[in-house]
Design a protein around this ligand. Structure first.
Ligand SMILES: NC(=O)c1ccc[n+]([C@@H]2O[C@H](COP(=O)([O-])OP(=O)(O)OC[C@H]3O[C@@H](n4cnc5c(N)ncnc54)[C@H](OP(=O)(O)O)[C@@H]3O)[C@@H](O)[C@H]2O)c1
Length: 339
């Protein structure tokens, strides 16, 4: 089979090589999927830049999500069979014509669901649903701030929060993205290159405070966000995309320091909280939660409540262009690569 290996850290144009390798074999609870398309996630960009320590060493096969058809089941698989079309979390290995996935993190999808839509569900929509519904438990009229709101997880969070009846603030970095957020019914789109997001939120909210903040940026964004929370408010920190600008170990430590330092008494006295989320840890320790969330996002998508936006489809030989697009911060919604 063909697989797109990361062979060199750095620039997207020379980082990947398509190589011929044997198909993997599914073990016990795993399935082998013939891949129609695989998705890109921001963590892939961090891995390509050599900034993601959980990624396998070079030459490395990245890839967290695929859509395709099961062609072989491990001996202990009972819920799925060959021929099922699925969206799946692959925990690396997704950039290939065939990929293995644990059956606990698969979802059956109908033949009519476009590959890009299905690919967005397993990582980005599952992450968003877990954050918004299971952890933050957003409610009608909650005032919710979504950072990187035009991105993959951001779009999903916006759709889930709007469906719950929240008033949504969304940050982004361009006029095109502001228009995209308006199209997605974001109540207060904020271009943070033009306005300080915290000042803008305070100006709109007056003396109130936000109920929920979803922050994948990290560093000072979290520190500023924490101050914007009202009583009962919580900030969910689930990424450090600001780390990609850190050029050295000191730069990384600086970003980590910018998160701020907190004592539980602050949470208690001000009735505010902070929750950190890593979906890989959830998949490792509580796979049934991924499975539960996956079923929910698939059925909400089939019902038309969730509508993943596919912001780019690339052929596998142009994987470098797909990566460069995601890294450019111009992408909106999900970026996929097709075989
Ligand atoms: N914890 C988890 O388990 C988990 C799971 C999935 C994703 N994530 C995180 O969620 C975030 C979104 O992931 P995604 O795959 O959906 O990507 P994405 O949102 O489609 O793309 C990343 C976006 O982040 C914004 N951004 C803000 N600061 C940035 C910076 N310093 N450098 C680059 N981009 C920056 C950019 O939008 P603007 O320029 O408009 O701000 C960019 O378009 C990532 O941080 C990712 O690591 C975490």
């Amino acid at each position: 089979m063909k697989a797109a290996f990361l062979v060199k850290y750095g620039d997207a144009s020379s980082a990947f090589e398509i190589r011929e390798v044997p198909r993997p074999k599914p073990k016990d609870q795993q399935v082998l999927i013939e891949v129609e398309a695989f998705g890109l996630n921001f963590a892939d960009v961090m891995a390509r830049l050599g900034l993601y320590k959980a990624a396998p060493p070079l030459p490395s096969l990245l890839g967290y999500d695929v859509v395709g058809t099961i062609v072989e089941c491990g001996p202990a698989v009972t819920e799925f069979q060959t021929g099922d079309r699925v969206t799946a979390l692959t925990r690396f290995g997704g950039y290939a014509e065939f990929a293995v996935a644990e059956s606990s993190v698969l979802g059956k999808i109908p033949p009519s669901m476009p590959a890009g839509v299905a690919t967005a569900l397993s990582t980005q929509y599952c992450t968003a649903f877990f954050l918004a519904r299971e952890l933050a438990n957003v409610q009608a009229k909650d005032q919710v701030l979504v950072h990187a709101a035009a991105g993959g997880v951001g779009t999903a969070l916006v759709q889930i929060a709007k469906h719950q009846g929240c008033e949504v603030f969304g940050t982004c970095s361009s006029a095109e993205k502001v228009a995209y957020l308006r199209d997605h019914n974001v109540d207060h789109p904020i271009n943070y290159r033009q306005h300080d997001f915290a000042e803008k939120v305070t100006e709109i909210l007056g003396n109130g405070g936000l109920d929920v903040i979803f922050d994948p940026v990290g560093g000072k964004s979290v520190k500023k966000g924490f101050r914007l929370l009202g009583a009962g408010g919580r900030i969910l920190t689930y990424g450090v995309s600001s780390m990609n600008q850190a050029k050295s170990v000191f730069g990384k430590l600086h970003v980590l320091g910018q998160f701020g330092f907190y004592h539980p008494v602050q949470f208690l006295s001000k009735s505010r909280g902070m929750i950190g989320v890593n979906m890989l840890t959830i998949a490792d320790q509580k796979p049934h939660k991924i499975s539960r969330v996956m079923k929910q996002v698939i059925s909400m998508t089939e019902a038309g409540i969730l509508q993943p936006h596919v912001g780019g489809e690339y052929p596998a030989e142009h994987i470098g262009d797909a990566h460069a697009h995601l890294e450019s911060r111009k992408s909106m919604g999900k970026i996929i690569v097709k075989w």
